[in-house]
Design a protein around this ligand. Structure first.
Ligand code: C5P
Length: 228
C-alpha cells in the first residue's frame, strides 16, 4: 500500500459543548500539549507519508494558528468545518483531488490516543470490503428507552461501541457522501450504510482510544499516555 494514496480526515470542528471549558476540548492541554497536536502526531507516526486534512471551525482558526506558533507545530492543511460532523467530513472530502485517493480514513480530533496498531488494523481490515471500523464490547448493562420513558433491558452481547479511525475505499465513501444529510449520521459507517454499503468489517477497537468528552477525560487520557 502506497501511503501517499491514503487521505486521513481529522475532524475537529465541534464546539465541545459537553466539555464546559472556555475552549473546545481538542484545544485543551493534555500533558503539556493541546489534544489536537497529539492526535495529529500520532496519526503522522502511524502512517508516514500519508495525507492529513484537518477540519477546524473558522471561529477557532486564529486560536489554532496561535497554538501552532506557541508550540512550533507544523499544521496539516486546514479546512473549514460545517455545522454537523457530516458537513465537516464532506467539506474535507470535497478538497481531495480526483483519482488521488485509494483509501480515506476519518478520525475524531478528540481521540488523541490513536495507536499505530489500531490504524494498521483498520486499514488492513478493509480487505475486499468497502471499509473497516474499530469497535469494542459494551461493559455496562443496556436498556432500550421508549418515548414515554419506559424501558426494557437488551442483550449487551449484541452491541458494540464504535470508535474512530474508520477506513473506507475512497470511491465508496465519496459516493456515500453525495447523499443528503440524515440526523442518524453520527459516524461515517452510518453514512456508508445509508448508501447501501453493508460490507463493513468490524475490527477490535482499543479501550484506551477514548474520545475526550467530559473534563475528567483529560485526566484519564493522561493516565493512559503514561502507561504507553
Ligand atoms: O460531537 P462529537 O464528540 O461526536 O464529535 C466527534 C468529532 O467530530 C469531534 O472531533 C468534533 O470536533 C468533530 N465535529 C466536527 N464538526 C462538527 C461537529 C463535530 O468536526 N460540526
Amino acid at each position: 500500500m502506497d501511503n501517499r494514496r491514503i487521505y486521513n480526515i481529522i475532524v475537529a470542528a465541534g464546539s465541545g459543548s459537553r466539555f464546559g471549558a472556555d475552549r473546545p476540548k481538542q484545544y485543551c492541554i493534555l500533558d503539556n500539549r493541546p489534544v489536537l497536536m497529539r492526535t495529529i502526531d500520532n496519526m503522522r507516526q502511524a502512517l508516514p507519508g500519508s495525507n492529513i486534512l484537518l477540519v477546524i471551525s473558522s471561529g477557532h482558526k486564529g486560536l489554532w494558528d496561535e497554538l501552532c506558533d506557541a508550540y512550533k507545530f507544523s499544521s496539516p492543511i486546514t479546512i473549514e468545518g460545517g455545522n454537523t460532523r457530516w458537513q465537516s467530513v464532506k467539506n474535507a472530502i470535497n478538497t481531495i483531488p480526483d483519482n488521488c485517493a485509494d483509501i480515506i480514513t476519518v478520525h475524531d480530533g478528540a481521540r488523541p490516543l490513536i495507536s499505530r496498531e489500531l490504524m494498521a488494523s483498520v486499514i488492513g481490515g478493509i480487505g475486499k470490503q468497502s471499509g473497516a471500523i474499530p469497535a469494542i464490547q459494551v461493559t455496562d448493562s443496556l436498556r432500550m428507552v421508549s418515548a414515554d420513558g419506559s424501558s426494557i433491558p437488551v442483550d449487551r452481547t449484541l452491541f458494540r461501541a464504535v470508535q474512530t479511525p474508520q477506513a473506507f475505499r475512497a470511491d465508496h465513501l465519496i459516493n456515500a457522501y453525495s447523499l443528503p444529510y440524515q440526523e442518524t449520521f453520527t459516524d461515517d459507517a452510518s453514512v456508508m450504510k445509508a448508501a447501501g454499503y453493508d460490507d463493513i468489517n468490524i475490527v477490535d477497537g482499543d479501550s484506551c482510544n477514548i474520545k475526550i468528552t467530559l473534563p475528567h477525560d483529560i485526566e484519564i487520557a493522561s493516565i493512559y499516555l503514561r502507561e504507553r
